[in-house]
Design a protein around this ligand. Sequence first.
Ligand SMILES: C[S@@+](CC[C@H](N)C(=O)[O-])C[C@H]1O[C@@H](n2cnc3c(N)ncnc32)[C@H](O)[C@@H]1O
Length: 386
Amino acid sequence: MTKYRNEILNISSFSLEDCQKLADAFNNYFPINDAYMNIEGNNLHVMLYKLDMAKYHDLLQSIAIDAKLLEKAFDIVDKIHSYGVKGSKRQFVDYNQERKVNNRKSKEQNRGKHYYANENTFSKSNNPIPTEYEDKIICGDSLEILKKLPDNCVDIIFTSPPYNFGLDYDNHNDTTNWDSYYDMLFAIFKECIRVLKYGGRFVVNVQPLYSDYIPAHHIISNFFIENKMIWKGEILWEKNNYNCKMCSYGSWKSPSSPYLKYTWEFVEVYCKGDLKKPGNSNDADITADEFKSWVVAKWSIAPERHMKEFGHPAMFPEKLAERVLKLFSFKNDIVLDPFNGAGTTTVVAKKTGRHYLGIDISQDYCKTAQNRLDESDLGQLSIFDN
Ligand SMILES: C[S@@+](CC[C@H](N)C(=O)[O-])C[C@H]1O[C@@H](n2cnc3c(N)ncnc32)[C@H](O)[C@@H]1O
C-alpha cells in the first residue's frame, strides 16, 4: 500500500467549487500512486508520495480558478524541503531508505568535521571598520593599506587576485617567479584573514595557469587550510567560452601528452572560525528562486564583455559578484576587495545595499572604480538577469 505525506491547506477563504475543480484536475492528471487531493470540511488534503514539480506547475497554470488558491496549492508542496529525487520527481516518503550511510551524525563526530581548522586562535570579538575606510576606494598596495585596519572589521572579502599570467596591468608586473608571486599574494591574504570578522567569508575567484601546469586553486586552498580557514565549498564558474585555445591539442590523437581545455574558473569559499555567519534575517536579500538556483554550485555566467570600455584586462562580471554577495553576505555588511581593479565588487556592493572598501595599486583603475560608483544607485539591479 502506498504511504503518503499529508499536507493540509485550509481552504475556508476559497470557493468550494474552485477547490473541487482543483482536486478533480489534479486527480485526473496524476496517478493515484504518486499523489492525490481530497477535500474534508475546510481542508484540502494534498497526499504526496512523489510528484513532478514542473508538471504540477504546468497543470496549475491550465486551471481557470482563483489565482491565490493556485499559488497556495503550489507553495504547500514546494515548501517541503525534505525529499529525495528520482528522475524528474520529488519523492516525499521513504526517500531515506536508500541512504548508503546510516548514523551519519555519529560517524561525522568520530571523523571530526573540518578537523584542519578546529585549533584556530581567531578572536571572536568583532570591530567596526573606521569611518575613513567605509565606502571608500583607496589607491595603494593592499599590504600597506590593510595593515592600518583593526582586526575583525569586514564581513566578506570577494576578490580575484592577479594570476601571474603575464597580463598587461597598469601598475603591476604580472610575470614574476612563482615564489615571489605567492609570497606577495599570501602576505596580503594573511592581512585579509586578520581583518575578516569571526564568521566572515573569504571568497576568491581563481583561474589556474593551465598552460604552465600551475594549479593555483589548489595552492591557494592549501594556504587557507594551513591558516585554519574552513572550506565552505567551491563554485565552478562556467564561462562557456569554447573558443579558448581550441587550436592547442598537445599530442594530437596520441595519449603521450594531450592538452586539456577548460571553459570555467573556480570560486573558492572559506570561512573564518564558523561556517555560520551572524546576521539579521531581514537583511537577507536573496529571493527563493535565486537561492534554489545559486546553491547548485555550477554557475553559468558569461565573462565580462566590457573590459576594453573600462580599460582593465581582467575583470569579472557584475553577475558573478551579485551572486557571491547575495548568497554569502547580508545587506549593510562590509565588503572588501583588496584587488579591486575596475571596481566590480564595490559597485555591486553599493547596488545591493552593502558597504565597501576597494583597494587597488593602480590610480587609473581606482578612478574607473570611483566613476562606476558615482554613476550607480542602490537597487540598480535590473542589469542582472539570471
Ligand atoms: C584580476 S584584477 C581584479 C579585477 C576586478 N575583479 C574587476 O572586476 O575589475 C587584479 C587587480 O589587482 C591589482 N593589484 C596588483 N597588485 C596589487 C597590490 N599589491 N595591491 C593592490 N592591488 C593590486 C591590479 O592592479 C589589478 O587591477
